[in-house]
Design a protein around this ligand. Sequence first.
Ligand code: UT7
Length: 353
Amino acid sequence: MTAPAPIAPAAPAERPHAAYLGIGAYRPRRVVPNSEIVDKIDSSDEWIKTRSGIESRRFAEDDETILMMSTKAAERAIKAAKIDPEIVDCVIFASNTRLELGPSMAPQISRELGRVGIPAFDITAGCSGFTTAAAIGTDLIRAGTAKYVVVVGVERLSDLISENDRTCAFIFADGAGAAVLGPSDEVGISQVSWGADGDFTTAIYQDKDFGTYFDEVHASEGTPEIPERPYLRMEGRKVFRWAATALLPACQEALKVAGLTSKDIDVFVPHQANLRITQVLIKALELRDDCVVAEDIVTTGNTSAASIPLAVEELIRTGKAQPGQTALLMAFGSGLAYAGHVITLPPVATEED
Ligand code: UT7
């Protein structure tokens, strides 16, 4: 028997480095202050601010669809990266709030970007969707499989939240963020630190599937019963405790694989889940006193897979952080899953650019 012919290595002999080249965001027009939420959940502005840090959030209107918000964010990321859209050769989309099972969203975004034909696919990884997608994009670039990857994280959580839910109604919100990843002479993205704790799958979950809901609707025909539609639910305290313990080692691992310590970090961008979780992490990580920490949750709420790019965009747009600084990103959420890495901050492009 003859030996099989060796397959020529597709990857370049020297693996290229990758970097975030640009970030863009889309924030829905409608600003929703706590005062609009509190009555239905027997809460108060003070309670919400003290327990979560949130003062207001954005809810998408009908025309601010997942596709529209994703495309705007992706176009701004491409503008910030100062690349010709023609060279984008992969789109990865992350979200938890698409109400259709298909077609996947990434090919639709690539069509809107004028890039029909390139590989484009969706992933779901809870609130860590964006950083998980960015880690996959990084590896595609390093392996030589793709060169300029657009990564999008987007949510319309207001579609999946009961306005009477005391735990979720004030936390979750809508928006989109995107990044262009591409080749770089320097290491601009470290190896990912990631994982998923399947013992906590019921800590953040959809309370019923749409098939069950439609069966209930049919069964209720001719009766006064109106079945409740599926909603996203969260065991807030359980997630809080998990985050307060599991995220420190996750961040330490991200620093270790980047060959850095917490004192090397200029900017810390944790998932915008709760300011109290952020404060626990700042203390445990022993960050430098001058380390800039993202607090986008105050006016954006928790936008799940969009939270990290939105928070990065806010820091750079407002001048609190600068392109070129070293940032630790760490996202976590449903799964319970986490993913984070150390990056060199890229430029951003905003609505005005
Ligand atoms: O993105 C995915 C990741 N998600 C997260 O990381 C979220 C993690 N969890 C949290 O952020 C927090 O658990 C919440 C902000 C959701 C809730 O804060 P908490 O401090 O954990 O509140 P709790 O559920 O322990 O409730 C404390 C008290 C209770 O009253 P008693 O038993 O102390 O008298 C609740 O009944 O606050 C009461 N409460 C409320 N009061 C006013 C619970 N929800 C509310 C509310 N308004 N909305």
